[in-house]
Ligand binder design. Structure first.
Ligand SMILES: Cc1cc2nc3c(=O)[nH]c(=O)nc-3n(C[C@H](O)[C@H](O)[C@H](O)COP(=O)(O)OP(=O)(O)OC[C@H]3O[C@@H](n4cnc5c(N)ncnc54)[C@H](O)[C@@H]3O)c2cc1C
Length: 488
């Protein structure tokens, strides 16, 4: 954000991941947009996406009906069919738009897109950029944003809270730790998921559920927050840091092995290694109870080394840091939190239940994923529904809805430092209460502990820092998750 920053914006977008950045690009040049990124511009779930984007881009052996069907099966038919149809029918257009922005996907020697397969897909329909698809998408979107004078980007800028004012919102921010307030007529929350409420997650430090907490504070409806996806195959390092071993490794033929180095998926699902994620995660936990061991492996070492290093360079490099050579060794894996299907309830135009407040991407609940996301459908959802938000806002602006006006406002962010262990307390509660399977008594205990944490966070006069805002978001989201689990 420049020093001479404008204090009134037409649209505030909270997040610079796929949803925030793609959404910003859909506004016409006369719409003043401010985008926020809590940390660096590339710290986001989007930047870590490996596998790719699912879309029906050709019809020789694929169809919209097949993609819809696969999405519904993975989601246990708890999906919102209108949202699924919108996703599948409109998504290919958005993927083509990415290519127009200069984002590249791998191609075969004959120039055709080189599509891959992942669990739950009945066809090869996932376009990818090696195994670093998200980084390529974020790179391309941010480069395009730099060419748009109507979009201002603020890094190290945390949205702490939103207040409703006349025709819009006052957004209370911390930019490089200092208090700022800006006014906006419309706000799109594109703030990503809640992975960090768990100790074991593939998500980066941004994923603390801030947007969901802020929407909840404004009275927005939050839906299906307990629909959490646990990815079956995160690298199981000794130091506790997790990183994803993409589903496409199984898609390209990797075997899943137990402690005895035996394939075991035939005990749990006839689709074997290519069963949807929730089924594979549950199978691993059940198999670990059966064998009494948490040691599990992926084996793709039987494929040619040159092919593996070209197809999975990011994964190969990540594993090698831990001394595992994917061309020769078994890859140690275990499930971990990966994705949030539920979130801030939105309609097909990404409107929340609060006027002028929109949500898109992982923080939203469009209903597209049902109870379980089909692999590579989430980047697509971020694109399609952030565009819908932008289109709806522009419709409102064209219809002459009044814009927000600013008023002087002073915030006191001083206070005592928050104790350092609150985030890890929340993570321990969630690991015990609801990790792949729910533990009824730990859910009840967890709810009481979270109530206490929330009382402490709200009742003590702690300094308002990003750390404090994140702890508040984590405790709020964890509480909503367990409440939902308890009521099921
Ligand atoms: C390791 C990994 C691999 C994945 N692979 C795939 C894949 O292959 N295909 C696929 O479809 N999906 C994949 N996913 C899921 C997908 O990446 C995400 O669902 C999607 O990118 C979410 O995009 P988003 O824009 O909603 O959120 P994010 O990309 O997470 O962006 C969130 C943004 O919000 C900002 N933010 C958060 N809180 C605040 C705040 N308080 N103030 C200001 N800014 C804030 C962050 O700084 C960030 O810029 C993967 C996810 C992970 C973690």
């Amino acid at each position: 954000m420049s020093k001479t920053k404008q204090e009134i914006y037409d649209v505030l977008i909270v997040g610079c991941g796929a949803a925030g950045s793609y959404g910003a690009l859909q506004f016409s040049p006369d719409v003043k947009v401010l985008m926020l990124s809590k940390y660096s511009l590339t710290t986001s779930n989007s930047n870590l996406a490996q596998g790719g984007v699912a879309a029906v881009l050709s019809f020789e052996d694929d169809s919209y009906e097949m993609h819809i069907n696969d999405t519904m099966i993975a989601g246990h038919h708890a999906n919102n069919i209108e949202a699924v149809e919108t996703l599948v029918h409109e998504g290919p257009g958005d993927v083509r738009k990415l290519m127009e922005y200069g984002i590249t996907f791998d191609r075969k020697p004959n120039g055709e897109l080189d599509k891959t397969m992942e669990g739950g897909h009945s066809r090869r329909r996932i376009v990818h950029h090696k195994d670093t698809t998200g980084a390529e998408i974020v790179r391309g979107l941010l480069a395009e944003i730099q060419t748009r004078p109507n979009i201002e980007v603020a890094e190290n800028a945390t949205l702490c809270s939103l207040a409703r004012v006349n025709s819009g919102f006052r957004a209370d921010l911390l930019i490089d730790g200092e208090a700022h307030s800006v006014f906006c007529s419309y706000c799109i929350l594109a703030s990503g998921g809640i992975g960090r409420i768990y100790r074991y997650t593939t998500n980066p430090k941004t994923a603390t559920g801030d947007g969901i907490r802020i929407a909840y504070e404004l009275g927005a409806s939050i839906k299906n927050l307990s629909y959490i996806q646990f990815h079956p195959t995160a690298f199981n390092s000794q130091d506790g840091e997790q990183f994803l071993i993409s589903e496409s490794v199984r898609g390209e033929g990797a075997y899943l092995l137990n402690n005895n180095k035996e394939r075991f998926m035939d005990r749990y699902d006839k689709r074997l290694e290519l069963a949807p994620r929730d089924i594979v995660s549950k199978a691993i936990i059940l198999e670990s109870r059966r064998t009494g061991s948490d040691n599990f492996y992926l084996d793709i070492s039987y494929k040619p080394a040159e092919y593996l290093l070209n197809r999975f360079p990011g994964i190969a490099e990540g594993c090698l840091k831990y001394g595992v050579d994917i061309t020769k060794d078994l890859i140690p894996i275990f499930p971990c939190q990966h994705y949030l299907m539920g979130g801030i309830e939105v309609d097909i135009d990404s409107r929340t239940t609060v006027p002028r407040l929109y949500a898109a991407g992982e923080c939203s609940n469009t209903g597209v994923h049902g109870k379980n996301r089909l692999a590579s459908n989430s980047l697509l959802e971020a694109l399609v529904f952030s565009r819908h938000a932008a289109e709806d806002i522009m419709r409102c602006m064209k219809a002459g809805y009044p814009g927000v006006s600013a008023h002087p406002y002073h915030r006191d962010i001083t206070g005592a430092p928050m104790p350092g262990n609150i985030k890890s307390e929340i993570q321990s509660i969630m690991q015990r209460a609801y990790f792949v399977f729910a533990d009824e008594s730990a859910v009840r205990t967890g709810l009481k502990q979270l109530e206490n944490i929330l009382k402490r966070l709200k009742g003590s006069k702690y300094a308002v820092t990003t750390e404090y805002c994140e702890a508040l978001s984590m405790a709020t989201c964890a509480y909503i998750v367990l409440k939902e689990v308890d009521e099921q």
